[in-house]
Design a protein around this ligand. Structure first.
Ligand code: HEC
Length: 205
């Protein structure tokens, strides 16, 4: 009861302040339904000057953009492997396999060698392993792409390898997606993704 009363007193004060502000060069006050007192009241001055139209209203709505990857189901072979093929294979998977890190796209056990190499170390590519569990994201940038040793290695100029922002973005997006391999569920669709084939989004989501 006391809380309700305090709420209503606050609302009345807010209304008085709001009315006092009506002469100031601010846009008209906005209404809001008060869930506690069940009445409609003035929320107070909106601090946007009258002649400033919010940026979002100064143009029409944006068309939905599928993005550089075309909005298809995610596929490690499609998104990540080309970056590794272009920049890493000469030292990690061709004749040489530096640091025992094989980054070739050869299929192995339903994945690729590169995927198994990168994911075997939880600090290199942090990810949650269990599905359907309560997962707590650790604070402080220790998780996801920000907490990944792979990203800091590559951003720090590993062996003179230079990745474009788009290529780094592919690796970062992959890790932030919990470093998944497949973006589809059915065995047939997964077999196609493993072969590097692209799949459209299902008609019904
Ligand atoms: C010119 C050769 C060369 C190229 C190109 C190269 N690497 Fe390396 N990489 C090395 C060498 C040498 C080591 C071992 C020494 C070290 O750890 O820096 C290494 C080590 C690594 C490691 C293990 C380090 C760790 O901290 O676990 C990873 C992961 C790695 N490379 C990823 C990559 C990726 C991804 C690319 C491509 C984007 C790449 N490398 C390109 C030479 C190369």
């Amino acid at each position: 009861m006391i809380v309700r009363l305090a709420c209503c007193v606050f609302v009345l004060c807010a209304a008085a302040v709001a009315r006092a502000g009506e002469s100031a060069p601010y846009r008209p006050l906005s209404h809001r339904n008060d869930l506690w007192c069940g009445s409609t009241y003035w929320t107070g001055p909106d601090w946007t000057p009258v002649d400033a139209t919010p940026a979002a209203l100064r143009r029409g709505p944006s068309a939905i953009d599928a993005g550089a990857l075309g909005g298809r189901p995610f596929s490690y072979v499609e998104v990540v492997q080309p970056v590794l093929d272009k920049h890493c294979l000469r030292c990690h998977g061709g004749e040489k396999i530096e640091a025992n890190v094989d980054l070739s796209g050869k299929p192995e056990g339903g994945f690729t060698r590169s995927y198994l190499s990168l994911c075997r170390d939880k600090k290199l590519v942090p990810r949650f392993e269990m599905r359907n569990q309560i997962q707590v994201t650790r604070p402080g940038g220790t998780f996801g792409a920000r907490g990944s040793r792979l990203m800091s290695l590559l951003r720090g100029g590993h062996e003179g390898v230079e990745l474009s922002a788009a290529e780094l973005g592919r690796l970062g997006a992959w890790i932030d997606l919990n470093a998944i391999f497949y973006g589809v569920y059915s065995p047939e669709a997964q077999a196609r993704q493993l072969q590097g084939k692209t799949l459209p989004m299902p008609e019904i989501q």
